[in-house]
Design a protein around this ligand. Structure first.
Ligand SMILES: [Zn+2]
Length: 288
């Protein structure tokens, strides 16, 4: 049986047609298809001080402990396109000390950081969001001309939050209209079609949660966590946060995350882990 026949027998062709996603390839982008330029910057999108760490494991690994987490966003340049990955805490926090706002701190907006690179919000073509939680969506609406990419379940939650007070739909004002420039991602999403930037379906933290694989030409692949894990110690105990949407899905995604990283020899970057900030060049330097 030919490959296509096998795929059809397994329903793969139908699945691809339905979701518009291709199977994740273990191969790096082919040279002839590689973008002219691929770079990644880590942006400072806030800090969270004095967090009760016990919420990050429902098996009581961190009872009574508190800690500080960072809030990271990333800018990716793919050829002539720019993509943001996550948009951090909101800029209304700028200028107020963390003890006056529940431990949250924002020192500089994403837009002001982009200005240091000579870019304006209008230069951002894509805003990719790992999930709908408030520390990942705070500045999304500052990029209204961009296309939004977020898990389909999370997009549905944003557009119809019901009585969930945690959902900040106004942060997505440019994309609340179903006719707006937004894509609810189902499964994995090869963002540029060349395997260089791939949203990986990792449900559990929220139902539409995704991590991001970035394959820069000059180094090992990068695996940006979203909130698959929040800090190194939590990853070591395979902790499931008490506030996750689905425990079984979380454990399955924890497993997928680890195995993808292992099989690709990827560098894991836990977005909230202070110790992982130094795995990338300090802004305004880029990894490439
Ligand atoms: Zn988070």
């Amino acid at each position: 049986m030919k490959i296509a026949g096998i795929a059809a027998a397994l329903g793969l062709a139908a699945a691809t047609a339905l979701t518009g996603t291709a199977p994740l390839s273990a191969q790096a982008p082919a040279g002839s298809e590689a973008p002219g330029e691929l770079k990644l910057w880590r942006l400072n999108c806030g800090e969270m001080h004095g967090l009760p760490l016990d919420i990050f494991s429902d098996t009581l690994d961190f009872a009574g402990e508190t800690g500080k987490l960072v809030v990271s966003c990333y800018l990716i340049k793919h050829g002539e396109s720019y993509m943001l990955w996550d948009t951090g805490l909101g800029t209304e926090l700028i200028g107020t000390p963390p003890e006056e706002q529940g431990g949250q701190l924002v020192e500089m907006s994403i837009a002001d950081q982009l200005a240091e690179l000579g870019l304006s919000p209008a230069d951002v073509d894509l805003v990719g969001i790992s999930h709908w939680h408030g520390d990942h969506v705070g500045q999304a609406a500052d990029f209204p001309s961009a296309k939004l990419l977020i898990g389909a379940e999370d997009l549905a939650t944003i557009r119809d939050p019901g009585d969930n007070p945690m959902v900040e739909s106004q942060r997505f004002a440019p994309w609340l209209d179903p006719a707006s420039n937004a894509e609810g991602v189902v499964g994995d999403k090869d963002v540029f079609g060349d395997g260089s930037v791939v949203m990986l379906d990792m449900p559990g933290h929220t139902h539409g949660h995704h991590a991001l694989l970035v394959r820069l030409p000059g180094k090992a692949p990068l695996l940006l966590s979203g909130d698959e894990f929040h800090f190194q110690g939590q990853m070591e105990v395979n902790g499931v946060p008490t506030f996750n949407a689905d425990r079984a899905d979380t454990l399955a995604s924890h497993d997928r995350f680890r195995r993808v990283a292992e099989n690709l020899g990827a560098t894991i970057i836990i977005q909230h882990e202070p110790g992982d900030v130094g795995k990338l060049p300090a802004f305004p330097e880029a990894a490439e």
